[in-house]
Design a protein around this ligand. Structure first.
Ligand code: 3HC
Length: 305
């Protein structure tokens, strides 16, 4: 028996690549109204323009009618910078998709209990950070984690990890915090399925399954470059043509964002103390140089901004 997700309105926090993609598939596939919020109006503008471009391409390719595209776009509204998180107070689920930074996520989740409906699902699109830690940060000051209220609030937090580009990648990784309830998990899974995604489940370990496997692979490719084992092109071509990967690991690192790769690798290394996760010096230095990959035009390769 399929479980209803019961999401009548979704909030998406963060209008970067991931938040925009999540808003789009929710409006287009799950057909739910979406409230999109970001603390940068400029970022929202960029996100909406990407959404328009992707919908127009689907119409041009005959995959959507003009009407379907317009209906999907009309389901997305913007919560202005001034309204803040309070503007999401009526949503049934919020998906947080801000940068991969524990303090930032904790600050956001600590404001959810005061601002959102008590029954709303609080999902995070984190790539690697402990969902259990994020859930603990959702408790308002003075509410004990062991109290009924504390347990109820934390039980609504769940990891819902989408992949970039969200409209294209078919997977969502579902992660349960120690505190997450079965009802929250079931509804989050049902929502991801309604967005057209296949769901895998991972334990709440650093990087979950996806990034615990992907990041050492990317890091090893960066170390090959660092050691001069091969050129960037030959490293990428080896994986593309030798293993049929759609992108080589250095191209993929640029695509994900080198700052994001470093943040994930640091979480993996700090969370496990296993040397196989230690970020390479070259990656660290590239981020120090503010070479973040595709998003700002310079990474292992150069891009038109
Ligand atoms: N947003 C939406 N759609 C996009 C897109 C974007 N940013 N970039 C490309 N696409 C779409 C294109 O519009 C095109 O759609 P169409 O078939 O409807 O025309 C389709 O993807 C194919 O694009 P292209 O023909 O331009 O290029 P490619 O065939 O090279 O495919 C790619 C591009 C889909 C990005 C492919 O290279 C790929 O699959 N790369 C690997 C991506 C990957 O591994 N993602 C996971 C990253 S890890 C992650 O997200 C987890 C996080 O925690 C780090």
């Amino acid at each position: 028996m399929s479980i209803a997700h019961g999401i009548r309105t979704l909030g998406v926090l963060g209008a970067g690549q991931m938040g925009t993609g999540i808003a789009l598939v929710s409006a287009l596939r799950a057909k739910v109204p979406v409230l999109l919020h970001d603390r940068s109006a400029e970022q929202v503008k960029k996100g909406l323009s990407l959404m328009d471009k992707l919908l127009a391409k689907d119409v041009a390719k005959g995959r959507l009618t003009n009407e379907e595209a317009k209906e999907a776009r009309d389901r997305v509204s913007v919560v202005g910078v001034d309204a803040g998180i309070q503007g999401l107070r009526d949503v049934d689920m919020v998906v947080e998709a801000v940068s991969e930074n524990l303090q930032l996520k904790q600050a956001i989740f600590s404001s959810f209990a005061a601002e959102l409906k008590p029954e709303a699902i609080l999902a995070t699109n984190t790539s690697s950070i402990s969902i259990t830690k994020i859930a603990a940060s959702a408790l308002p000051t003075g509410v004990s984690a062991a109290s009924e209220e504390g347990k109820r609030i934390a039980s609504r937090v769940v990891g819902l990890h989408f992949f970039n580009p969200v409209p294209v990648m078919k997977l969502v990784e579902l992660i349960s915090a120690l505190q997450t309830s079965q009802d929250t998990l079931d509804r989050a899974r049902a929502f991801a399925i309604a967005c057209g995604k296949e769901v895998t489940v991972s334990k709440d370990v650093p990087g979950f399954v996806s990034n615990a496997l992907l990041m050492p692979f990317i890091n090893e490719a960066i170390m090959c470059l660092e050691k001069g084992t091969a050129t960037r092109e030959d490293i990428d071509t080896t994986l593309k043509l030798g293993m049929n990967h759609p992108m080589g690991p250095l191209q993929l690192a640029d695509f994900i964002g080198l700052d994001t790769c470093l943040a994930i690798q640091q979480t993996l290394y700090e969370g496990t103390r296993d040397s196989k996760y230690r970020p390479s010096l070259l990656l660290q230095q590239m981020v120090d140089a503010q070479w973040y990959g595709r998003k700002n035009g310079k990474g292992f390769y150069e891009y038109d901004k």
